[in-house]
Ligand binder design. Sequence first.
Ligand code: PDD
Length: 282
Amino acid sequence: MKILWNDQIVDEKEVKIGYEDRGYQFGDGIYEVIKIYNADVFTATEHIDRLYASADKIQLVIPYTKDVLHKMLHELIEINEVQNGHIYLQVTRGTSPRQHNFPLPVVESVLTAYTKETTRPLAELENGVKVCFVEDVRWLRCDIKSLNLLGNVLAKQEAVSKNCYEAIQHRGEIITEGSSSNVYGIKDGVLYTHPVSNLILNGITRKVILDCCQEVGIQVVEEAFTKEQALEMDEFIMSSTNAEVMPIISIDGHMIGNGKRGEWTEKLQQAFEKKIPATLEV
Ligand code: PDD
């Protein structure tokens, strides 16, 4: 497999990452996961924009233009001949002797990106998944797609240890987001989701879903809701680049609605699929 390493596409064996890379030592960097449908990058512009926005928020300079990066990603999926899957891309603040503050003089950032061939989670998209509540103990800049994912890792591990697909995080009584997803509840034909703020990642799939809501005629209320309200929703959904529009059928063992994928969820899934018409031809 070929890897994008800074501005070059090289064989994976050629990639050398320093043991003092700040991504490795401090999680000092940012990342994106971008979906590939039918050999094309889905919502690439939005992901690249978010990457540069995350970089700005941590004062990290990516030494390529967005256009150059966009082209390099296309080249990478072409060379690796990926049909369906995703790109994982990260940029760290570079390699320098360990100290907490930024290196001075500034060192070059280190970019790596690789592709992975995967299939869509079709069974889960149809049958729905079970989740559990986990206290959100993360920092207060969850809007940054940072490499520092320990809070998310521990939340997901707790979910997996309980045989759940995802951890639905809450700060006190307020639902924020999943460990690697955004979440939504639907009650009486209205979709509720946490507003974009420092407490959640502004998901690209979230944006696509909010567009889908307009198309299918469901009202959107971007307001925080509580755990108690979550359990009373008619339908519950999580979303991410890989999970797409994923129905949630139970939380902590409490059945949501009738315990099956809901009607609005199915409509939103159909609207979402229309935005990736290339997949339907596969
Ligand atoms: N995670 N919230 C968190 C904390 C996330 O990690 C993610 C995505 C999302 C959904 O964002 P998007 O729709 O842009 O994928 C929300 C990626 C996929 C990951 O870490 O693997």
